[in-house]
Write a protein that binds this ligand. Structure first.
Ligand SMILES: [Zn+2]
Length: 203
């Protein structure tokens, strides 16, 4: 899908020359899908970098026993098969490899609206442990943050955290959401072979 870019009016000719296309009904310039190298458009991309998730847009769903109230509560995670990111490097690079987004600082409003409607338990929440807002799963019964399950404590990546992730997504449901444009996310990225099981099930 196309990628939305923020082109000031005075730059429109330059953007057009590079292949950007104006989408009149939403009044935005986009990089069309057939353009694979988005670096020439860098000046109109988020200045602090990040990631554009290409289609298909995946949401992994699972559940666990809440560590506090011990009732069963649903969990989700945002995933991708293909994405363009500047997280690993200063240039925007396309990766065709499954990944999940963790430590999410912000995400496209189009995704936020789907999350708030369909998965309201996954929301931006203040973490007393981290002393900042994070996107996390909250227990639907007692509203406690489901701590290291999905996207906050990176220190456990090579320990219990990864094991939790494996439990979370292996053999569980992977749903595709429908969006008109590729979405932007400001987060860390986890990729790795152990995700393949879940992604294959999504196919
Ligand atoms: Zn609970």
């Amino acid at each position: 899908m196309p990628i939305k870019i923020d082109v000031p009016f005075s730059h429109k000719d330059e953007a057009k020359k590079l292949g950007a296309v104006w989408v009149p009904d939403v009044k935005t310039w986009v990089i069309p899908d057939h353009i694979k190298d988005i670096n020439p458009f860098k000046v109109w991309l988020p200045p602090n970098g990040g990631t554009f998730v290409k289609y298909p847009y995946l949401i992994a769903q699972s559940e666990r026993e809440c560590w506090k109230c011990h009732k069963t509560t649903p969990l989700i995670g945002l995933g991708a098969k293909v994405y363009i990111t500047s997280v690993f490097d200063s240039i925007w690079t396309i990766y065709d490899y499954p990944a999940f987004f963790v430590d999410i600082k912000s995400v496209d409003i189009a995704v936020v609206s789907i999350l708030s409607e369909r998965f309201p338990f996954f929301r931006e929440t203040y973490s007393k442990t981290l002393k900042k807002n994070v996107w996390v799963n909250n227990c639907i019964h007692c509203h406690t943050i489901q701590g290291d399950d999905y996207n906050i404590d990176r220190s456990y990546v090579f320990g219990g955290y990864q094991n939790e992730k494996r439990t979370l997504f292996r053999g569980k449901q992977m749903e595709q959401i429908q969006l008109r444009f590729d979405y932007y996310i400001d987060s860390a990225i986890y990729e790795g072979e152990y995700y393949w099981d879940g992604f294959q099930e999504a196919e």
